[in-house]
Design a protein around this ligand. Structure first.
Ligand SMILES: [Fe+2]
Ligand SMILES: [Fe+2]
Length: 369
């Protein structure tokens, strides 16, 4: 047995212990053979490390092997990703992101440590400036997805969430004021994390129950910081407080449900989970939006505002309509139709036949080409 960081797990490793989530529910049991999807799920639950069975791993793997189709080789960059990274607009976006990251860190530290006032207009202007580099061929979502070397738990994550919120507001047809507000809500949602000791936030070890409890207080701590700034729209502080609440009442810190959760917090919550899921892909090789949608489907849509989650995921997959994809059986094809009832399972046309992935068990999109 040995402890392995979630970022270093590879499919085929066998769990040496049960894995529980924040609320003590079983995520995977001992002896489970890790798959690509399972590892992403561990990262999604912010489980930093797990116990892995060592010497007898191979025997056990052979015994339990026929679970899922082997994932593609990790770290192989898709042509789509290479295309994004090579574009001049992405280079401009990256430069802007790096500059903004530094000034954002400065202003957030000023708020948290010196209680200095925030300039919401300046923060918003910086964020919106980054969205101007997207065009019809490369979306802001694509840009974020290719900026993963800056992935961190608070600053780059908050900027990503703000950008996603900004795009999301457009999909929801929100007006300019609402769009500005949700972007700021996204930017400041995790500000309370700066009040959590680094030893916990950056701990490479599995957090104890008590440490998890402390991490969860970032919601209340964020609310307390932001409500001191009475010139800010109150939705900004509510979003810090409620972005981990879930529509079915299973979230924290209040456990409230449905429309009782602030409208902006409901949107930020979706953008937040999306960023967590997609950033976990950095360890897993090619990112595929359809697999991210599948993760939401597995989690259960009831956790999110129904109108918001459908709008969000439909728009994520619609970006990839008519894109070429690689299927898990090795065939290449084109997405010809997105299935509204099963967003992660569109209809794909290959040279030989048309696959309705909602009817093909075991066949899925491996990556966007
Ligand atoms: Fe959070
Ligand atoms: Fe967050």
């Amino acid at each position: 047995m040995r402890e392995v960081l979630t970022s270093e797990l590879v499919p085929g490793m066998v769990l040496g212990d049960d894995i529980l989530n924040f609320t003590g529910q079983l995520v995977f049991s001992k002896d489970f053979v890790l798959t690509d999807k399972a590892i992403t799920r561990l990262a999604y639950y912010s489980i930093p490390s797990v116990i892995i069975q060592d010497d007898d791993t191979e025997i056990k793997y052979e015994e339990i092997k026929p679970i899922e189709i082997a994932p593609p080789p990790a770290f192989e960059e898709s042509v789509h990703s290479q295309k994004v990274k090579a574009s001049p607009n992405f280079q401009k976006f990256k430069k802007e992101f790096e500059e903004n990251l530094e000034s954002f860190k400065g202003s957030i530290n000023d708020i948290v440590t010196l209680n200095k006032p925030i300039d919401p207009d300046a923060l918003f202007a910086q964020t919106v400036n980054m969205t101007t580099f997207s065009d019809s061929s490369i979306s802001t979502m694509d840009m974020i997805q290719n900026m993963r070397e800056y992935d961190d738990l608070t600053f780059a994550h908050s900027m990503n969430v703000a950008l996603i919120c900004n795009v999301f507001a457009g999909w929801l047809h929100w007006d300019a004021e609402e769009t500005k507000l949700v972007t700021l809500c996204g930017l400041l949602h995790d500000i309370g994390k700066l009040k959590i000791p680094d030893s916990i936030i950056k701990s490479p070890n599995k957090l104890t129950d008590n440490q998890y409890k402390i991490v969860k207080t970032h919601t209340i701590k964020g609310y307390e910081i932001l409500k001191e700034h009475s010139y800010l729209d109150p939705h900004i502080a509510y979003s810090a407080l409620m972005h981990h609440e879930r529509y079915d009442g299973t979230g924290y810190p209040l456990g409230i449900a449905g429309e009782k959760i602030d409208k902006y917090a409901r949107a930020v919550g979706i953008a937040d989970v999306y960023d967590a899921m997609t950033s976990a892909r950095v360890y897993r090789g090619p990112w595929c939006p359809y697999r991210v949608v599948e993760l939401y489907e597995n989690e259960g849509f009831q956790k999110y505002d129904p109108e918001f989650i459908i709008t969000f995921l439909e728009n994520v997959v619609n970006t990839y309509l008519h894109n070429d994809v690689l299927l898990s059986n090795g065939e290449k094809g084109t997405i010809v139709f997105n299935n509204k009832a099963f967003l992660s399972k569109p209809i794909v046309q290959t040279d030989f036949q048309v696959y309705d992935l909602s009817k093909e068990t075991g066949l899925h999109i491996e990556k966007i080409l």
